[in-house]
Design a protein around this ligand. Structure first.
Ligand code: ATP
Length: 348
């Protein structure tokens, strides 16, 4: 098993003075056997980070290490990394078995197995027994992606990297493949770096995740930490659809501070740092039955989600999201939140 670190990694594509800065001072540590996800909007540098780990790109600055070993100048084929891309990138003229066995021409199968035995083992692992002779164009997207996963795992790499492997699949297939990937990863205990722009997927699948924005890492943490304690405004809004308010502390009294937002006063925990601050409140923390920190929201749209209803509305002109048990009957409603459900964020 392998741990991985990136230290102050920057990447500029093209000439230095006119190039595109894709990564800026990225520091990350991925632990042995961990499922680690890079999540963020399009263009934030997720794929570049992954390609730098796999050795397809060299960083302009900084160091990538596998278990402490510096990787500068080590070509991809010597890094022991299994790679799965968004497009399945299977060899179309080869059978499933030939695709899965491809990497075993260059590296001996593990555990003294023959190529055929190793291919059979991998096809069983991804639930594709008996499909050996199919060609990729005779399979569904989800099946093709499982072949790609089996192919990446066949040489028993130290590290697995997956770049948006589900993005071409429909929602239902995505969910079942996600569960399967997670099960296989935890059975094999293989250190995995996974890229997605889908925050719900990142929260569901990861041991820890890094939220990226504009070539930088905004926050690293476990899913619950990122969701409940976002460090920055960006993380609060990108992960979990938090409502973010800008306010000014007007007074402090023991455990609590009074904070003014758009002429209205709210009570927050007194730990609320500086006098000007931003804080977030999760949609689910805004409830009609809470008597504190009341605000009246004008309802714009309601989306029925089964167990809950997502309500998009406005408060003093600002967009606000609520999560309610039922579709509101009026186009205006008053909700409140407990002081301890407000979380102060870095507002850069
Ligand atoms: P997406 O979710 O859209 O795949 P991403 O987060 O993976 O995006 P990257 O593909 O890493 O982002 O791109 C980061 C930045 O680097 C973007 O501005 C992109 O346009 C730029 N970039 C990526 N690859 C190259 C390249 N080969 N040459 C020049 N610029 C590039």
């Amino acid at each position: 098993m392998t741990g991985l670190s990136l230290e102050n990694v920057s990447k500029v594509y093209g000439a230095d003075d006119a190039g595109t800065v894709a990564l800026e001072g990225v520091d990350l540590t991925v632990r042995d056997g961990e499922f680690f996800t890079l999540v963020g909007p399009s263009g934030c540098g997720k794929t570049t980070t992954l390609r730098t780990v796999a050795g397809f790109e060299e960083p302009t600055e900084g160091t990538v290490r596998f278990d402490g070993r510096e990787m500068a100048g080590v070509p991809p084929e010597q890094r022991d990394v299994g790679v799965v891309f968004q497009s399945y990138a299977l060899f179309p003229h080869m059978s499933v078995a030939e695709n899965v066995g491809y990497g075993l021409q260059f590296r001996e199968p593990p555990d003294g197995l023959s190529v055929d035995e190793r291919v059979a083992e991998l096809l069983e692992l991804v639930d594709l027994e008996g499909m050996d002779d199919r060609r990729p164009d005779q399979m569904s997207g989800g099946q093709q992606q499982r072949v790609a996963l089996a192919r990446a795992l066949a040489p028993a790499p130290d590290l697995l990297v997956l770049d948006e492997p589900m993005s071409a699949l429909d929602a239902q297939l995505r969910e079942s493949l996600r569960r399967q990937v997670k099960r296989i990863q935890s059975d094999l205990e293989i250190t995995t770096v996974y890229v997605t722009h889908d925050q719900a997927e990142a929260l569901a699948i990861s041991d820890r995740l890094a939220v990226m924005n504009g070539g930088r890492v905004e926050q690293v943490g476990r899913p619950q930490e990122i969701y409940r304690e976002p460090a920055t405004r960006f993380v609060a809004e990108f992960v979990g659809d938090n409502n973010v308010f800008d306010g000014e502390v007007r007074s402090r009294d023991g455990e609590y501070a009074r904070v003014e937002v758009d002429g209205e006063r709210f009570t927050l925990p007194a730990s609320a740092g500086t006098d000007r601050l931003a804080f977030c409140v999760r949609p689910g923390a805004l409830s009609q039955s809470v008597e504190h920190n009341r605000l009246t929201v004008s309802v714009e749209t309601s989306e029925f989600l089964g167990e809950t209803v997502r309500v998009n509305g406005r408060w003093n002109g600002a967009r606000i999201v609520l999560q309610l048990p039922a579709v509101p009957e009026r186009d205006e409603l008053t909700v409140g939140f407990e002081p301890d459900d407000a979380h102060v964020v870095d507002s850069h």
